[in-house]
Write a protein of this length. Structure first.
Length: 315
């Protein structure tokens, strides 16, 4: 890839429509001749009219999260990268030629929408964010410096989707970087941001490292910080669901690599119900034990000694 890139040329050659299609944003509805609106793919809020795009002018704006600009700004926001990195990525894609896909008419009175072929893979990222791994937030969450380095987490002060958030690298089973998740520092919603087009169901957080630990048993937790705190308590074979449900792909990843699974989900009603459901799904494939935490407790709020005690005798 050439190190030189013309922002003006990229904006002239790459349309906002093409980029929306690339990110599989197929839910926008026409609200005018060239105007489309819908749920924001950047902050992934629930508002169905917040995100506005003008395809003729090639600009967008979200009235909820405040993101807006041209095609470069959109890629920057979706990828959590700099404007220059966004331009280089688009330039590389343009090197293989550009095909404009036709509009497809939808039925009823809903107007036209973008239609794309759904993809379920997570392609590797072509960049890495420059993060501050000594940000005070990490210490407040009980994450030691060595653990922050090991997981590559840190504060991102640049522009884009991860801006002003703790960025957490996510890898596919082969260890390739496929996404960042951004944790808000100040209670802003959403607490976690994921890039558009990223499929959580296809990966387990920290799976490639847990597999490399070479143990038969793996501990399964819900979140990123749960995973980091369990690792910090000297249990390197730990993965995070990034939620409270288990997909078919995640089940296969666990069963293919580990003969034993210890479920250590949050102690709240959601985590307790998920523990029961996931245990039933996994039992035909591997040995399953459970750590049932009190309703007000979850792994990222436990000390290392508490985690060790809990894992000493799972049910």
């Amino acid at each position: 890839m050439s190190d030189w890139v013309s922002f003006a040329e990229i904006k002239r050659r790459v349309t906002l429509e093409q980029v929306l299609r690339h990110y599989q944003i197929d839910w926008l509805r026409r609200s005018g001749l060239h105007q489309y609106r819908g749920r924001c793919p950047i902050h992934q809020g629930q508002g169905t009219e917040a995100f506005h795009a003008n395809l003729e002018r090639g600009v967008f704006h979200c009235f909820a999260c405040g993101a807006g600009g041209n095609v470069l700004d959109f890629v920057c926001a979706m990828e959590g990268c700099s404007i220059r990195e966004a331009a280089l990525r688009l330039q590389e894609a343009q090197g293989e030629g550009s095909v404009r896909m036709p509009w497809v008419q939808s039925g009823g009175t809903e107007g036209r929408k973008l239609v794309t072929k759904k993809r379920r893979d997570n392609p590797p990222l072509g960049f890495q964010l420059n993060l501050d791994r000594r940000h005070p937030y990490l210490a407040r969450r009980g994450i030691e410096a060595a653990v922050a380095d090991y997981f590559g987490v840190g504060y991102f002060g640049g522009r884009g989707l991860m801006s002003q958030r703790i960025a957490i690298p996510i890898h596919d089973p082969g260890g390739r970087l496929v996404a960042y998740s951004g944790r808000a520092l100040d209670g802003a919603e959403p607490r976690y941001r994921f890039p558009g087009g990223f499929h959580k169901s296809q990966v387990l957080f920290n799976y490639h490292r847990a597999r490399a630990a070479g143990q038969d048993r793996v501990i399964v937790v819900e979140g990123f910080f749960d995973c980091m705190r369990v690792h910090q308590a000297d249990f390197p074979s730990v993965v995070g669901l990034m939620g409270a449900s288990l997909s078919a792909v995640q089940k296969d990843l666990l069963a293919d690599q580990f003969s034993g699974v210890v479920l250590m989900l949050d102690g709240d009603p959601t985590g307790s119900a998920a523990t029961t459901e996931i245990a039933a799904e996994l039992r035909p494939a591997c040995r399953v034990s459970q750590v049932l935490l009190p309703p007000d407790l979850q792994p990222d709020r436990m000390s290392a000694d508490q985690i060790r005690d809990a894992l000493r005798s799972p049910e």
